[in-house]
Design a protein around this ligand. Structure first.
Ligand code: PXP
Length: 250
């Protein structure tokens, strides 16, 4: 099992608060610097087609001015791929996107859209970006991701985090664990994210094949009460403790 688990801090909702009033405050770039100081390994930002939070200038500044690798989340469209190919972020995570949704709902249907996605994966890879597919924890989606040449998958943890009760959560955790094993068997690097909080992070962090978590909304919400640095430090500590526990039983 990979000994350390990377934390990607998603700064989208810093931009959500900024955009509520316009202007520059709070600045996602300042959040990214704080995240770096608090132990994040990377910064994640989702450039949505409607630019409801992160805008093009944020991506430009994050690429130019932060020292951590940037993971750009985006829809698989010609326009978005062109932006990524120009900016060459460290990583691109392809996500499904509908304008009317409040957040990313469900995973990308890689199995059903292989012909559309494969050339995008190729162009992004040629541009030097590490491409990941944000997918539900399902074998068909993992196999399709492998077939189209994506080296990384990010498992959608929303169903697990939002499960209505303990049995449902346990079932969703099992699906994630099984999917992570399949990813490893297929030679895919495995990440996870969506909806993760202090209460839900540990079981995910214990999945041995998972090497990166991307976490945003909860951290930005928690920052209102404790500050962003302390919220990230606590998340980092919970991840590291869970990982250390897992090593103890391995
Ligand atoms: N990973 C992906 C691919 C996402 O789309 C999102 C949400 O933008 C996240 C992780 C982070 O989810 P959350 O903001 O719920 O922590």
């Amino acid at each position: 099992m990979a000994s350390s688990l990377r934390l990607g801090v998603n700064v989208d909702h810093v931009a959500t608060v900024r955009n509520a009033r316009g202007g520059r405050h709070p600045d996602p770039l300042v959040a990214a610097r704080l995240a770096a100081d608090a132990g994040a390994d990377g910064i994640t930002a989702h450039l949505r087609e409607d630019r409801r939070h992160i805008v093009d200038d944020d991506i430009r500044r994050l690429l130019a001015e932060i020292r951590l690798p940037l993971n750009l989340e985006m829809a698989a469209t010609e326009a978005m791929v062109a932006i990524a190919v120009r900016g060459r972020p460290h990583a691109v995570c392809l996500v499904p996107e509908r304008r009317e949704e409040r957040t990313t709902e469900g995973g990308l249907d890689v199995a059903g859209q292989q012909n559309w996605l494969a050339p995008h994966v190729g162009r992004l890879t040629d541009a030097g970006c590490r491409v990941s597919m944000f997918i539900a924890p399902e074998r068909a989606q993992l196999e399709a991701s492998r077939r189209i040449g994506a080296p990384v998958v990010e498992l959608h943890t929303g169903e697990y985090c939002d499960a209505p009760d303990a049995p449902a959560r346990a079932r969703e955790l099992e699906r994630l664990q099984a999917a992570a094993r399949i990813a490893a068997d297929l030679g895919l690097e495995c990440h996870a994210g969506h909806g993760i909080s202090f209460d839900t992070v540990a079981p995910i962090a214990r999945i041995p094949e998972v090497v990166e978590l991307n976490i945003g909304h909860f951290l930005v919400g928690e920052a209102i009460f404790t500050g962003l640095g302390p919220a990230i430090r606590r998340m980092r500590a919970l991840m590291d403790e869970a990982r250390a526990d897992r090593r103890g039983v391995a």
